[in-house]
Design a protein around this ligand. Structure first.
Ligand SMILES: [Fe+2]
Length: 377
């Protein structure tokens, strides 16, 4: 697996200076959202030309749920300006765009990059995540939309070569966004933990991420520096875990929920996991993990322990309590037809990573419970 360097944060970004010097960088393509203007790391890149004679070419021509055309425009800019490093400062969209630019930046811009064999290159990709959630900075996956269709690009060589986990970037995030991104990281941890693809290594990572999130969630939501630092670390570790295992039913079920009801990805995933945890616990007889039913039962007990709970019943209660305690906007079922749309939207491939079989009828019930479950305290 590609090694990723985590640069230490000392407040002055000296370690970033060292990293750029070490690689002899002369011209950076900086993929970033508007939020960079409010951040200290933004000031750092603004002053870089004057301080270190390193030119910074900004690329901001992309939207949330980034389109393939943005990737092409970024590749054109990288090649036209003869950049020699890619830096991303932003959330999941900026990082995914930067990962795609990195994958395609040394390829001839003829037919669509998406339909061609990727030619790995040595261009460094350095990432500063500005939310603690997606963990995209740690994975080989990038999501982009081509002609309205979601495309998951995956390649080991798009895993960023270096990452700066700077908790100060989280200070100005809106609270709902902080909550939703934290829940995304928590779901990555939980889903990775129970995934049929989980290994000893991935469970060490996912378990650590879950424990960090449970321990520091209050400090993070109260915007304390230590809480912000720990949450960024947790999201990064959870990203490393799903890079090994991929996500499961929680993520497979949440995509349509987020688009139909206009809620953030992490919020949707958390509502699904809230129903999946009790479902898995009470359906271990439908285990599809080749390690068997008793291994799955042990996994769920270990998961409960990672959450700081004595047993699975307590973990189910604790998870629900945490989710309800965040006081997120409630979603109400628009029409019974939506249940059919939701059931039909679930990607069967992703469902296969879930350790218990979920049939169509059960899926309908789970979605139904999601809408009802928010009313309980
Ligand atoms: Fe996610």
């Amino acid at each position: 697996m590609t090694r990723q360097r985590i640069l230490p944060v000392d407040g002055s970004y000296r370690e970033v200076d060292d990293y750029l010097t070490e690689h002899g960088v002369q011209k950076i393509l900086l993929v970033c959202g508007k939020s960079i203007e409010q951040l200290k790391i933004g000031e750092y890149f603004q002053a870089l030309h004057q301080r270190k004679n390193i030119e910074v070419i900004k690329f901001q021509d992309f939207q949330p749920n980034p389109r393939y055309e943005s990737v092409e425009a970024g590749v054109r800019l990288f090649q036209g300006k003869k950049c020699d490093m890619i830096v991303a400062v932003g959330g999941g969209s900026a990082i995914d765009v930067a990962k795609c630019i990195k994958l395609f930046c040394c390829m001839e811009p003829k037919e669509s990059f998406l339909r061609r064999q990727i030619e790995p290159n040595d261009v460094k990709l350095f990432v500063v995540p500005t939310t603690a959630g997606t963990g995209s900075e740690a994975t080989r996956y990038a999501v982009i939309y081509d002609k309205g269709q979601k495309q998951s690009v995956q390649h080991d060589s798009c895993i960023p070569s270096a990452v700066l986990l700077d908790g100060t970037v989280l200070r100005t995030l809106p609270l709902y966004q902080k909550k939703a991104t934290m829940l995304d990281a928590l779901c990555h941890g939980i889903e990775s933990f129970w995934s049929v693809n989980a290994t000893d290594d991935s469970r060490k990572l996912s378990g650590e991420a879950i424990s960090l999130i449970m321990e520091y969630k209050e400090e993070y939501l109260a915007n304390h520096d230590r809480g912000n630092d720990r949450m960024l670390k947790a999201a990064n570790i959870a990203g490393k875990a799903i890079n090994i295992t991929q996500t499961t039913a929680g993520h497979a079920m949440c995509y349509k929920l987020t688009t139909l009801y206009g809620i953030p990805h992490g919020h949707g995933a958390a509502l699904c996991v809230d129903r999946l945890l009790p479902y898995l616990y009470s359906h271990t007889d439908k285990c599809r993990d080749p390690r068997g039913k008793s291994s799955l039962e042990t996994t769920l007990i270990e998961l409960a322990k990672a959450m700081g709970c004595a047993d699975v019943e307590e973990a189910i209660e604790q998870y629900h309590h945490v989710l309800m305690g965040l006081d997120l906007p409630k979603i109400r079922l628009n029409s019974p037809k939506d249940l059919e749309i939701l059931v039909g939207s679930v990607n069967p491939e992703r469902l296969k990573n879930t350790p218990v079989e979920i049939g169509e009828e059960e899926m309908r019930d789970l979605y139904s419970e999601i809408f009802h479950g928010q009313q309980e305290g």
